[in-house]
Design a protein around this ligand. Structure first.
Ligand code: F0G
Length: 447
């Protein structure tokens, strides 16, 4: 059994109820606008919010800050190659930097990109490159009652119908997001990965894996796909990524760092274009907008992320939180995914229509009640897409303890007890790009 202890202590305080109420009002009922100091348990995201290991901090002291060709880059490149099987790698500042570098190179005006489900920044980058983002999740992705083992899978039938409609020549990229963050962090099987790779080849598209949570996905494959029951998670991770022509990676997830990301490719010509785009937007291709020490932290973190005991502890924490929330009376999406617990706010708050954002109502109330910050991933975040009214409580890696999860569960129980009193919200100001509105839109309670 694996566990972690704290070596550096950070103080957190629960602000008073009045302070929380005023803070939420000042934030325009959008928790992205809160000061983190006003948050007690922060489950906004698992991205870059985790705790690095002593080995990672130690490696950072050896960071080589040479502008070009640093030793840190060489160590990083070796780790990506050994852990993920990609030798041609371009570091970037974070996952969306990778999306910009890669999708900017592959997607042209009017192209369609098919994904099991686009994450919000992915959708925005496809749109920014002039493309159309098409989601093809399997139907059970939105079925709370199904205990299907791989609800994150890509629906090949739906993808084929789309290709028949728009023509294969207009679909240059097929993406598989593992785990499927926007579909409750559900895993994708290797069987599905192989089939998607074959489909991409058939239509002559580049097959990209969004590998942010590739290690968590490998843990589920080992647990649920019988072919791999005796494999190490490290071998499973490499097997799954073997089928991809390219990967985009946010190091802030399964490289266990606070910043960083990268693109991995196999094709030499694509590598050259990616490097040029990196120089334009990120930095010279051996540092990509990062310090050398950040590359060292990712190199060590990638190896830690594919240790079975690390993943067992990590996914165990997420499952423990889910059990507590379910006991508190929240409709929790099952089976529980890798990095977060997803709650169906539509089911909890049937009196609030989707257009008045039941998920956002729950998010606001969790904060007001207990200083807990979650995030809406329903109609507010995914404007115009037909999906459940999810609220996500993401668990930062190696950071919180049982007492924090108990506090979240007590908060949730208090909110669930007076769910009938909750009312919806309306938007009063929003940014130009609808794909990004939930990060900065201001809201107010519906009268
Ligand atoms: N792809 C997926 C599947 C993601 O979950 C994220 C980020 C990105 C790409 C972009 O990576 O943040 O490093 O630029 N997800 C975070 C989240 C922000 O909260 O789920 P990034």
């Amino acid at each position: 059994m694996r566990s972690y202890v704290s070596k550096v202590a950070t103080t957190i305080e629960l602000p008073s109820r009045d302070t929380r109420k005023a803070a939420l009002d000042d934030a325009g009922y959008n928790v992205f606008n809160l000061d983190a100091a006003d948050v007690f348990v922060d489950l906004l995201t698992d991205s870059g919010t985790g705790t690095m290991s002593d080995a990672q901090w130690g490696a950072m002291f050896e960071g080589d800050e040479a502008y070009a060709g640093s030793e840190s880059f060489a160590r990083f490149q070796t780790a990506v190659s050994e852990v993920m099987g990609f030798e041609k790698v371009v570091p970037v500042h974070q996952g969306r930097g990778a999306e910009n570098v890669l999708y900017g190179a592959l997607v042209e005006e009017g192209d369609h990109v098919i994904n099991n489900t686009h994450f919000d920044t992915t959708r925005a980058h496809v749109a920014n490159a002039g493309g159309v983002a098409v989601d093809c999740p399997v139907p059970e992705a939105r079925d709370l009652d199904s205990d299907a083992p791989f609800k994150g899978n890509f629906d090949l039938g739906a993808a084929r119908s789309h290709v028949d409609e728009v023509g294969a020549e207009n679909v240059p990229v097929v993406v598989l997001t593992i785990t499927n963050n926007s579909a409750a962090g559900q895993p994708v099987s290797i069987e599905n990965t192989r089939a998607v790779a074959a489909f991409a080849e058939e239509i002559d598209a580049t097959f990209v894996v969004d590998a942010c949570r590739f290690a968590e996905n490998a843990y589920f494959v080992r647990e649920r796909e019988s072919e791999f029951a005796d494999w190490s998670v490290a071998d499973i991770a490499r097997e799954q990524l073997r089928y991809a022509d390219a990967i985009v990676m946010s190091g802030k997830k399964d490289a266990l760092t606070n910043i960083g990301g990268f693109v991995g490719v196999r094709d030499q010509d694509l590598f050259e274009v990616a490097k040029q785009r990196a120089i334009l937007y990120e930095g010279f291709p051996t540092y990509g907008g990062l310090a050398g020490r950040d590359l060292d932290a990712m190199a060590v973190g990638l190896r830690e992320a594919v240790e079975y005991d690390y993943l067992d502890h990590r996914i165990g924490q997420v499952r423990e939180l889910a059990t507590k929330l379910s006991e508190a009376g929240l409709p929790v999406f099952e089976p529980v995914g890798g990095h977060a617990v997803y709650v169906d706010a539509g089911e909890l708050l049937p009196q609030i229509p989707d257009a008045e954002f039941p998920g956002q109502a729950l998010v606001c109330e969790l904060y007001r009640e207990g200083g807990v910050r979650a995030v809406e991933l329903g109609s507010f975040a995914f404007h115009g897409t037909d999906r459940p009214e999810f609220v996500r409580m993401a668990v930062p890696r190696r950071t919180y303890h049982r007492e924090h999860f108990d506090h979240v569960a007590e908060t949730a129980a208090a909110v669930a007890d007076r769910r009938e009193e909750l009312r919806g919200y309306e938007i009063v100001g929003e940014p130009a790009m609808p794909e990004l509105r939930h990060f900065s839109a201001a809201l107010r309670p519906v009268e």
